[in-house]
Design a protein around this ligand. Sequence first.
Ligand code: MRU
Length: 359
Amino acid sequence: MQGNYKALWLNDDLFDECLEVIDQRLLPFIEDTRHLTTTEEVVTAIKNMTVRGAGVIGSVAAFGIYIAAMEVEGDYDALKEKAALIRESRPTAINLMWAVDKMMELLKDSDNLIEDARDAAIELNDAEALESQKIAEFGCDIIEEILKQKNKTRINILTHCNAGWLAVIDEGTALAPIYEAKRRGIDVHVWVDETRPRNQGASLTAWELSKEGIEHTIIADNMGGLLMQRGEVDMVIVGADRVSANGDVANKIGTYLKALAAHDNGVPFYVAIPASTFDFEINDGVKEIPIEERSGDEVKFIRGVDEDGVLRRVRITPEESPTKNYGFDVTPARLITALITNRGVCRADFDEIKEKFRG
Ligand code: MRU
């Protein structure tokens, strides 16, 4: 694969260069893109999840700074105000704040703000792509190791949400080792959690895996525990939106329950992340990582195509029933076998993380 698919790219067909992104709200039914030409459009696209996934919203934010720099015609003070809007567009994925802060730091002494913002955003994205390739390799080494230990030739991996190339440039995080496994000729099968309420697994992960010809099965979110009890899951790999200094992992709601089931059944539970996902300001992720709360309509309504192929949004609950919709949960470090990072495999442990990433 390696960069064959892109979630976003610069487009200079319009009067001013803009960012073109795949509209992830429409997948897997319609493959379409959106042009982001203003800061407001960038902020809206992140908020309404036209683009999503921790890495990709960081990437969009970096290009958003370039778009904002064009809007303010190179005025750094005015750019700071636009940067704050982008930075606040979603609360949990630290990659968003990281990308904005990194861009603003790089640009603070720039005499050529627009051009430098463009170069910096491209560089940031290229670096993320390389990190994702490293995660692919380290993660796939673990897959090979598990197969060797179990004396098996086929691996069954369970994943939650979408952590492929739609979520992180260029191969993703959790799906990167799976793509690498395919390149190495390993017989791989993926259990894809549907990931209610927005169904990123059923619609996005399944779409990515289908495109790559990787064998997979979509399951209801509640099925993983039974599969683990029956020995039908060899390992779990998920991505993350923020990892605290002590190794607690915020990821899509439902991840924690999978980690508990994996722990109870002795199934290795891995979290694949680039360095930009660490938040060293937070020492207790369970208590301190901010959790996004989204509209209850995401629980009440579901989107899909009807028998005539028409894309529809339908309500699946009584109209008057109240809902609650936290977007993420936090898996405590003690439930995590290890983090698969661009710098190698690392225990979810304060000292080991510090040594590898802060030294
Ligand atoms: O709300 P989303 O779809 O942006 O949430 C995405 C996830 O939780 C992914 O699992 C996460 O970003 C890991 S991949 C970087």
